[in-house]
Design a protein around this ligand. Structure first.
Ligand code: PLP
Length: 436
């Protein structure tokens, strides 16, 4: 696909990226030129817009205006401390999936009482750590986990607040690796077992049942799966409460998609207007509501800036070899995901356009970032890989002993370094040479 470059003079935001725009021929995040940032900090380089994150959060906050609601940022989407600080300062809670993530939230100044702990494989040590920190709720994913959590809480003389993740068995119509609410997924408990498992939870001395939750998948671009899941969850709420167990909150998970490639997900406030209508109709509009958005809060707030190292023509394919790779941007290799790729400088016709596979330097054929893209590029040019705020840095690795990239947070004209470039020495720090 080819990217339309606006005419000089006009500032025009890129599709889905309200705070990334060409000003004249130069691509900016908020008021800062990406070429300047690349010159100063080198590439590959992640740049995030604070205003974009707050605007995305604002859409949810508008959607829930006047309701008793708590937004918990699903931090696995991007767990960098500087990003967490933005959400903590805005009053967000956090959805965590490990003890490491708990430590990050606390280091970023997040409120422990607004933390919910998801995931199918919590260890006893992680349960203890979270209980001692005083988190708001454990989202439990199996009956066996309930028993272990109750034991751990009792051993500390505490009661663990719990919600049980139910599997509504609706198809979110997304990539199979990121759909989580179908019968055969490892997540949650089956609809038909839910009431019995709630009764079991209520009988355990170390637990206090406080809610119910679900999460049906990720990159969801339609309202229907949410509406269907809500119906299924509310049926369960009715039967659980009829059996005498009061539920203080209902948590509808995350999963709202973003625009990667002409995707048109509903806006968070419009989606929630629809969902709240259903909740009200069914008489649950006054309950405490929780949600766990990740991607939709950060995905299109970030870009990854990279430099073209080589252009390599081939018989059937041309390759554009860049200095970012699957260790920085794992989604194409993992999910065959699409990220738009645009030039930092919208040049006039000096370089001819051609079709390229955009690939990284890693020694794997899976190390591609974009396939069959129309680009006018030569060695030394810089490109921005879009939609790089979610599930990129947080999934990054050191494969091929590549250091993690620099991360910058842009706030208007201000630039904060939130992660320095990782050196080889950083990577080797925990390793030990042996005497052979
Ligand atoms: C990953 C995850 C989320 C966030 O999903 P997004 O698609 O990033 O919004 C929310 N809840 C749970 C339990 C998750 O595993």
């Amino acid at each position: 696909m080819s990217q339309k470059i606006p005419s000089a003079g006009a500032a025009q935001a890129l599709p889905g990226h309200p705070f990334v725009a060409y000003h004249g021929t130069s691509l900016q995040v908020e008021s800062v030129s990406l070429s300047q940032l690349a010159a100063e900090h080198g590439t590959p380089l992640f740049v995030y817009s604070k205003a974009s994150m707050l605007a995305a959060l604002g859409a949810y906050q508008r959607g829930f205006a006047g309701r008793h609601a708590q937004i918990c940022y699903a931090m696995k989407a991007n767990s960098s401390l500087g990003v967490l600080q933005v959400f903590a300062a805005a009053g967000c809670g956090f959805d965590i999936v490990s003890g490491g993530e708990l430590e990050r939230v606390l280091a970023a100044g997040g409120d422990a009482a607004k933390i919910i702990f998801s995931g199918v494989g919590k260890t006893r040590a992680e349960m203890r750590q979270a209980l001692q920190a005083g988190i708001g709720c454990f989202n439990v994913e199996s009956e066996a986990e309930l028993d272990v959590l109750s034991q751990v809480a009792e051993s500390l003389g505490l009661r663990a607040p719990v919600s049980i993740r139910v599997n509504p068995n609706v198809d979110p119509k997304t990539h199979p690796y990121i759909s989580t609410g179908l019968k055969d997924n490892k997540f949650g408990v089956a609809h038909e077992d839910t009431l019995r498992i709630y009764q079991h939870a209520a009988s355990l001395k170390g637990l206090q049942v406080v809610g119910i939750d679900c999460h049906i998948g990720s990159q969801i671009t339609e309202a229907t799966p949410y509406l269907d899941a809500m119906d299924r969850v509310l049926d369960l709420v009715a039967s659980i409460e009829a059996a005498g167990m009061a539920l203080a909150h209902i948590d509808f998970g995350g999963g709202l998609g973003i625009n990667y490639n002409n995707d048109a997900p509903p806006a968070a406030d419009a989606l929630w207007a629809q969902l709240l209508r259903k909740l009200d109709e069914r008489g649950y509009g006054q309950k405490k509501l929780m949600i766990e958005p990740g991607r939709s809060l950060v995905g299109n707030a970030g870009v990854c800036v990279t430099e073209v190292l080589y252009v390599k023509p081939g018989e059937h394919k041309n390759f554009c070899i860049i200095d970012a790779a699957m260790n920085d941007l794992p989604r194409p290799a993992m999910y065959q995901a699409f990220h738009a790729i645009v030039p930092l400088l919208a040049e006039s016709a000096a370089t001819p356009e051609a079709r390229y596979d955009v690939v990284g330097p890693i020694c794997e054929s899976g190390d591609w970032i974009g396939r069959d893209r129309s680009l006018a590029v030569k060695a030394g040019d810089q490109l921005a890989v879009l939609s790089a705020g979610a599930y990129c840095m947080s999934m990054s690795s050191n494969y091929n002993t590549r250091g993690r990239a620099v991360e910058l947070l842009v706030d208007g004209a201000k630039v904060h370094v939130i992660r320095e470039r990782e050196s080889a020495a950083d990577q080797m720090r925990l390793e030990r040479l042996v005497t052979l």
